[in-house]
Write a protein that binds this ligand. Sequence first.
Ligand SMILES: CC(=O)N[C@H](C=O)[C@@H](O)[C@H](O)[C@H](O)COP(=O)(O)O
Length: 224
Amino acid sequence: MTLPLADALKGRLIVSCQAPPGDPMRHTDTLVRMALAAQAGGAAAVRVNDPEVVAATVAAVALPVIGLWKDGDSGVFITPTVRHALALVDAGAAVVAADATARPRPDGSTFAELVAAVHEAGALVMADVSAFDEGREAAEQGADLVATTLAGHVPGSPAQSAPDLALVADLAAALPVPVIAEGRVSTPEQAARALDAGALSVVVGTAITAPTALTKAFVTGLAR
Ligand SMILES: CC(=O)N[C@H](C=O)[C@@H](O)[C@H](O)[C@H](O)COP(=O)(O)O
């Protein structure tokens, strides 16, 4: 394993500290406190949305920050352009997470161009993919890490209720770069199974940092 960050992430948890638009938790200081709680609990890294929140988190938390910038809500919207990616590096992200699906990017750039720009700026790239071929191509285009973030979330990738551990296993068996399990990991047991499937580490978001969504799930469970 040649990636220095890989040693710090190996076998460990990454906590996604995000809140959707309109959510009461979407507040920079609150999100930084989520990241501090993740650090206190033993996380190896945090995954954070928006350059302003990335900068505040980098200033407060002694963990590698994986930055993304969600802009919009359709098509490619997770760090969609080179401009978005470089803003995250400027904010201090050690890793830039970006959509690496085979869909057109709004600035007409390619994922390979985003990777090159981020590397030139001194950071690493996590490719968020939904399918095996996307992961293979992202690695070929220079991604340092490949994550299953978008499985079940984009057209052509059927909705799922559990982590896509088959995709984790397929990618981990084939790719020359580390694979990160991300998406719908809801229990410590599922997280452990993701490592067993070959993931370098596991990202958990909703199950740790989304009280609105978790409350709704309980409310729905009580509905008669
Ligand atoms: C699909 C998409 O936009 N995923 C986002 C990526 O950053 C986040 O909203 C997720 O919370 C994150 O991937 C962690 O996943 P989960 O919350 O299922 O543990």
